[in-house]
Design a protein around this ligand. Structure first.
Ligand code: 8YV
Length: 321
């Protein structure tokens, strides 16, 4: 297998790269002086691409690789890969589901607590010496927290990650409601809302956990945000484009929304300046839902395992196409 050329377009994770290099001829596009020239020189030998949720597979790259057989993505999200086109061209696609579910759900709860209990502001309060100086008393002014236990949590998208968030929130005594394309009979203990606006109107915390598709792009729009309201909190661990970001920003600035915990943004790694300035009611993370050592290793092993299975003529471990 050492002669099989696998293209990486950017460095993703050193362990993943090392594991790939043990088995394949890894071509690193980012090291090339001239990327298009590099692709022209190697397009007859590249049989696989390793990508991730942020990069996917651009139409240009797909067109430039006539011998491409498989895209093994270091992500569960597939929104940056044209799956229909891959199917049409006979290109297999695999992703990394399940191994990251717990971590992403953990971060959703972490962000919720961080917003409601103002953890970053609390940390700054202690570090800056303000506590010692007695400039604020706990429970007053900036450090008046909000309770999480017992709140109503609405989840947009009750897939694997949404379900894991629901289970965790239940542990906090929260009432769980959800929106998805169709009700899930196996989740009859949760309230189903066919409309996201209605879900938001009945939630204190609205968590976005759905895949990004044409249907879910900007599913969190002004109407949904206004239904969540000035005491509501929006948490997004899915994809930035599920939320109309300018609407989110203006709702936070104008006080029409209570707070937000965001791991994903419309134009990563660019985060709107106003969100950065809103440091009391907004908690930000750098698209790090799956970013633990344990999970990233599990994801890397799946990326490699799918490639090995493909080139050994076996069933893919986690096929998408
Ligand atoms: C990764 C992701 O952070 O799984 C996904 O869909 O977005 C993430 O797990 C991303 O692929 C990082 O490379």
């Amino acid at each position: 297998m050492e002669s099989i050329a696998v293209l990486m377009t950017k460095p993703i994770y050193s362990y993943l790269q090392a594991e790939l290099e043990k088995r394949f001829k890894v071509l690193k596009l980012w090291e090339a002086q001239d990327g298009s020239r590099f692709l022209e020189d190697h397009n007859q030998i590249i049989r696989a691409v390793v990508s991730d949720g942020g990069t996917g597979l651009s139409p240009e790259l797909m067109a430039a690789l006539p011998k491409l057989e498989i895209v093994s993505s270091f992500s569960v999200g597939m929104d940056k890969i044209d799956l229909g086109k891959c199917k049409e061209k006979g290109i297999r696609v695999s992703n990394t589901p399940d191994v990251l579910t717990d971590d992403v759900a953990d971060l959703a709860i972490g962000l919720t607590l961080a917003v409601l209990r103002k953890l970053p502001a609390s940390d700054r309060y202690v570090r800056s010496g303000m506590w010692k100086k007695g400039e604020f008393k706990l429970g007053t002014k900036m450090l008046l927290y909000f309770q999480f236990s017992g709140k109503s949590v609405g989840i947009v998208g009750l897939g694997r990650i949404g379900q894991a968030i629901a289970t965790r929130a239940e542990g906090f005594g929260c009432k769980i409601s959800y929106h998805s394309r169709t009700p899930k009979p196996e989740s009859s203990n949760y309230t189903y809302y066919p409309s996201v606006v209605d879900l938001a109107a009945h939630s204190d915390i609205l968590v976005v956990a759905c895949a990004l598709t044409n249907e879910t792009r900007h599913i969190i729009n002004r109407e949904v945000i206004d239904a969540l309201g000035p005491r509501g909190v929006l948490v997004n661990i899915a994809r930035g484009a599920t939320v109309d970001e300018p609407e989110l920003v203006s709702a936070l600035v104008e006080g029409r929304l209570g707070g937000a915990g965001l791991d994903v943004f419309e134009n990563e790694p660019n985060v709107p300046e106003q969100l950065i300035e809103l440091d009391e009611k907004v908690v930000l993370a750098p698209h790090a839902g799956s970013g633990t050592e344990e999970t990233r290793k599990g994801m890397a092993d799946l990326v490699v395992g799918n490639l090995v299975a493909h080139f050994e003529g076996k069933e893919l471990l986690t096929p998408v196409v």
